[in-house]
Design a protein around this ligand. Structure first.
Ligand SMILES: Cc1cc2nc3c(=O)[nH]c(=O)nc-3n(C[C@H](O)[C@H](O)[C@H](O)COP(=O)(O)O)c2cc1C
Length: 200
């Protein structure tokens, strides 16, 4: 009886701890548009529909952006392989941290924080805003962390084109506001944001 009770409590605690995390489906690493076509169509979009992305699209997008394509390395390069850059995601439901190693979304805060991710109106209705965060203690240098953002952003642009989605990378956001919203450490810095959704 005692063992059963302890096991039940452990399961309940476990469920409670992980209930808010979203396990992403295995990313589809094949197919997509031919590279030259994708490059030919790459562009920024600023008018979006409110239509949500599927969980599979979200999984593919995050993996393409900055996921692990080898045991210990990712789709985007970093100087000295410091891997200082991580992504946060806002949806209509929650704010998440993308745990690339385990390919899951860890809920940071429940609620719709999309409007806080930028100064342009569309950020409040676009299904997805990505927030690029670098840990400057890990980075080889500030400039290298910014360069790393470029690779991740272009991965997102190319995935979006390939999937028939629109995207725009954004430097217009309130750095301090996002730092506190994301509950970041002093060594972490928000460097860039990017919106993704269906173009209107
Ligand atoms: C570092 C960086 C910051 C940007 N910030 C914004 C922004 O805050 N808002 C926006 O609408 N577009 C932003 N853009 C997108 C550029 O305006 C866009 O790439 C440029 O006009 C060229 O258009 P294209 O991407 O369609 O080729 C940014 C682009 C870069 C590279």
């Amino acid at each position: 009886m005692k063992t059963f009770l302890f096991a039940s409590i452990a399961i309940l605690i476990g469920l409670n701890l992980y209930a808010q995390d979203v396990k992403l489906p295995t990313p589809d690493r094949s197919g997509g548009k031919p590279l030259m076509e994708a490059l030919n169509q790459r562009r920024s979009t600023r008018t979006f529909q409110e239509k949500e992305l599927s969980l599979q699209q979200l999984s593919n997008l995050l993996w393409a952006a900055n996921g692990f394509n080898r045991d210990d390395k990712r789709t985007a390069p970093t100087a000295n392989n410091r891997q200082e850059l991580e992504l946060y995601v806002t949806t209509s439901k929650s704010l998440y941290f993308y745990d690339a190693r385990n390919h899951l979304l860890k809920e940071v805060k429940k609620g719709d924080f999309r409007a806080e991710t930028g100064t342009q109106d569309f950020v409040a209705i676009v299904p997805l805003n990505l927030i690029f965060v670098a840990d400057m203690q890990k980075a080889s240098g500030r400039e290298y962390a910014y360069i790393g953002c470029g690779f991740v952003s272009q991965n997102i642009y190319l995935y979006a084109v390939s999937e028939g989605l629109g995207t725009v990378v954004r430097g217009s956001f309130d750095k301090e506001r996002l730092h506190s919203l994301l509950e970041l450490k002093p060594s972490q810095e928000v460097l860039l944001t990017q919106s993704v959704g269906y173009s209107r």
